[in-house]
Write a protein of this length. Sequence first.
Length: 308
Amino acid sequence: MISSQVEPIPMHLKCLLAPHGIGYRIKLLSQLANRKFQERLDPFKLTPFHWIVLCCLWQEDGQATSSIGDRLQQVGGTLTGVLDRMSERGLIRRERDAQDRRIWRIWLTDAGRKFEEILPPLATELRDAALQGISIPNREQLSTIVDRMIANLGESPIIHPAEGWEAIFAPNNLGYRMKLIAQLGTRRFQDLLEPFGLTPFHWVVLCCLWQEDGQATSSIGENLQQVGGTLTGVLDRMSERGLIRRERDAQDRRIWRIWLTDAGLELRQTLPMAALELLQMMMQDISEDEQTLLSKCVDRLIANLAEV
């Protein structure tokens, strides 16, 4: 049921709303690719984060921990925890730098080197399946657009794709660079939402309800391809904030429907402009034709990955 309270959203803003906005679709693409690759890594008891650390060390062994973090644009405890687990698995070893004892260098073990023969073919297979139906020229143009988006969103120099076999390695490969856009975009959007005390997940739920109020919880999860406790927790916090209210369905008391409150409706006047600001930041110096190509390629990548 569509709430009579919700007026039509202007077309120039409607295209920004999740799940239609390009930022949300890139995030969805990144999550889907991560999930599909995780399935291929499961037999080896590895994760995509193990993969990207191994990629860095296959290209240059003995890097400082800080260098790996800088290269992957990952910082803090997350990387440290991954390195701890990789060390426990016997995939890497840590040694203090001979010239500066404050620096820890990360070296591959024989077990870590062994995976260089096993994992890249799996990554290549997934990449080729994802890119099916996208021409070589369009792939090259997409790669260039992705690099420019990273430059627009980030503060670090662009890591251009490598040639030959190393083109499949993170952080050079297209999948990792798409993931980086999703991470940088989420971070930038979080900065824009902080004055409102909201998160990007609050935003996507609000987007769903601005377009169709009174949806069942399950319908919101399906629209956003989010399921389980994560969505439930977000709805709990939004209810506590007074942005939504829950009501049992009149025909089926097992179903909870989610309705906007006046406070949730009012945010429709301000938040889409924040999303527009982020889009303009991402797409600086990227032409309309290039944006159209990007959108088509992202949709094709999502459709291809959903089938593998």
